[in-house]
Design a protein around this ligand. Structure first.
Ligand SMILES: Nc1ncnc2c1ncn2[C@@H]1O[C@H](COP(=O)(O)OP(=O)(O)O)[C@@H](O)[C@H]1O
Ligand SMILES: [Mg+2]
Length: 381
């Protein structure tokens, strides 16, 4: 079904977080309204949206009211139930499709899909019992990473296990079951590619970027990733292949490990705007959010080019958001705040971007230099 949204049409976004907020801002610039579905009060997305349906994602009446208020539906939040999505999809076009969302909601379905598309991941085994755990350890060895298959984010719902005892203890606490055991990848770098695919099958992919995590939360993204051309091309190929194989209409972020010997392994995929793509707002003529809106609206996709290199630093929790006045006072730092009233530890409150001339980022400057005078405070290293 090919639709092209007319100006002033309404895009429904399931989820009220910062990804929805930045999507709504990009949609507004293209002449669209956004209408948010969220159970939260005063969510980051609704603060900048034209409308809101407040309700639980499983509440059928709320889902129906939401669908009736919009022309097309997308999501910024992956943990909507399959039944909820099917209800929405019966009422309005949902982009990306519920089938795509289902794959990304479940680490086993996701890894199976990725491997079937001919793309490598870390070795993995589904684990639904203590016996299956022992067998999985015998196959993959230790250390490995035991994860829930659903509802994990920012490193929650997973444990790095180094001994069989630790694995059994983690098995006892991680929920819901089943779990997945993945071989531990001693990666040289984590990279990601954000790729958009339009309703006409056209594809645009941003260059691979380099991601650094702190306490399992994305801390820094460097664009482009400091990898060789073969690795960059391999990551790009993987992202395009997965977008095609999914029949994606919308945006897909592909998180990958680059191994010590330069191979690319897919870690996970997310069919929505991604934290590692926030730099595109400031460094690209059309950001990941604009590409997302265009794909969802059935508009043509512009190329995913960048005019600058960039470093993006997340502002996580009360300590980092406390840097906001200093960020505002520092020329060259581009600040973004998400409108969250409460700065809990580990909560993503905003981000800051610094641009560099194209080609200036690769090379050996220290990360603490990357954010200018604030670097030493923002990324002590
Ligand atoms: N198999 C693995 N080997 C090594 N590190 C891993 C592995 N799986 C996850 N990690 C580390 O944990 C982080 C979070 O894991 P991920 O599967 O992406 O879950 P989340 O849904 O929390 O983002 C990854 O970005 C990576 O740094
Ligand atoms: Mg991840």
């Amino acid at each position: 079904m090919s639709i092209r949204l007319k100006p002033n049409a309404t895009i429904g976004i399931v989820g009220g977080g910062q990804l929805g907020r930045m999507t709504a801002l990009a949609a507004a610039r293209l002449g669209y309204r956004c209408h948010i579905l969220t159970p939260e009060m005063d969510s980051p997305a609704e603060q900048v949206a034209a409308g809101i349906t407040r309700g639980e994602y499983e509440d059928k009446a709320a889902l129906r009211r939401f669908a009736a208020a919009v022309d097309v539906i997308t999501f910024e939040f992956e943990n909507v139930s399959a039944a909820g999505l099917d209800l929405l999809a019966a009422l309005r076009p949902v982009r990306p499709s519920p089938a795509v969302l289902r794959i990304s909601q479940d680490r086993v379905a996701e890894k199976r899909f990725v491997n079937q598309a001919g793309v490598a991941t870390a070795p993995w085994v589904e684990v639904d019992s203590a016996e299956a755990l022992d067998a999985a350890i015998a196959r993959l060895g230790l250390p490995s990473v035991l994860k829930t298959t659903r509802l994990g984010y920012d490193g929650k719902g997973q444990a790095l296990v180094r001994t069989p005892e630790a694995a059994r203890a983690a098995f006892a606490t991680l929920a819901p079951k089943p779990l997945i055991l993945e071989g531990f990848v001693d990666f040289a770098m984590e990279v990601s590619v954000v790729v958009a695919r339009g309703a006409d099958g056209g594809i645009a992919a941003f260059e691979p970027v380099e991601n650094r995590h702190r306490d399992h939360i994305l801390d820094l993204t460097l664009a482009p990733a400091r990898v060789g051309p073969e690795t960059a091309a391999a990551a790009d190929r993987v992202a395009r292949r997965l977008a095609e194989a999914l029949g994606l209409v919308g945006l897909l972020a592909v998180e990958m490990f680059v191994t010590q010997d330069g191979r690319v392994l897919v870690n996970e995929i997310a069919p929505r705007p991604h934290n590692s793509g926030h730099w595109t707002i400031d460094a690209c003529p059309a950001s990941q959010f604009e590409l997302h809106v265009r794909a969802v609206a059935g508009l043509p996709l512009p190329p995913a080019t960048r005019h600058s290199d960039a470093v993006m630093k997340n502002l996580v929790g009360p300590e980092e958001v406390a840097l906001w006045p200093a960020i505002l006072a520092t020329p060259g730092l581009i600040g973004h705040l998400y409108g969250k009233a409460e700065a809990r530890p580990g909560r993503k409150m905003g981000h800051v971007t610094r641009l560099f001339p194209r080609g200036a980022l690769p090379g050996g400057f220290g990360l603490s230099d990357a954010l200018g005078p604030l670097g030493a405070r923002i990324c002590p290293e």
